[in-house]
Design a protein around this ligand. Structure first.
Ligand code: IMP
Length: 186
């Protein structure tokens, strides 16, 4: 059994990560800590800053950063997803998309650290912005995101269905695979 500490303030993320890693024999503990979200251009840079901020933690540590990217808006809100949602909610996205292509994707960069060593893993899921927000499950942008091939938003389905295909589940499953294959040597 491997023990890993997931650092985040978001209980929804912790539940998803814990469920994905369990089948790989990884026991995930949650350290609730607010991490820096510098205004930089890529999720990778944010993850690097987050890993810098957890250097005091011992053992295996996992952080992640995610965003919703809308190509017809030049990738917006992207790395600014959290700030944007906090201030504006969904309204401006619907206004901006009234006459634009609604395709969107979620992207997660997961960062694992052990001492000075670091590894990153990426997961994405493609889809589109729903005609209107729907559903009560999940968090963040889940009510407005319909994965490709689905007719429901992430917020309309139980956690297990989201976890079968989500950006975060895909990135974190790569973490599990890497542990299982012994690729994360200390
Ligand atoms: P961060 O990774 O916490 O910076 O997330 C950026 C923004 O995207 C936040 O507003 C999150 O709520 C939102 N977000 C991250 N992951 C998801 C997800 O799986 N579904 C919906 N929204 C998400």
């Amino acid at each position: 059994m491997t023990d890993l500490t997931f650092v985040s303030t978001n209980p929804g993320k912790f539940r998803e990560v814990e469920a994905v890693l369990r089948p790989y024999g990884i026991r995930t503990r949650w350290t609730r800590r607010s991490l820096p979200e510098p205004q930089v251009e890529t999720l990778e840079e944010v993850v690097d800053a987050k890993l810098d901020a957890v250097r005091d933690l011992k053992g295996w540590v996992l952080v992640e950063d995610s965003g919703l990217f809308i190509p017809s808006l030049k990738g917006f809100p992207g790395v600014y997803s959290a700030h944007f949602l906090k201030i504006w909610k969904f309204g401006p996205i619907y206004e901006l998309l009234a006459r634009r292509d609604r395709r969107a994707y979620f992207r997660t960069v997961a960062g694992v650290a052990h001492g000075r060593r670091r590894w990153t893993f990426v997961g994405e899921v493609r889809g589109s912005i729903a005609p209107k927000p729907k559903g009560r499950h999940g968090f963040g942008y889940d009510p407005i995101f319909v994965p490709a091939g689905w007719d429901r938003t992430f917020a309309e389905v139980p956690a297990a269905s989201k976890n079968a295909i989500s950006h975060r589940a895909r990135a974190v499953a790569k973490v599990g695979e890497a542990f299982a294959r012994g690729r994360l040597a200390r």
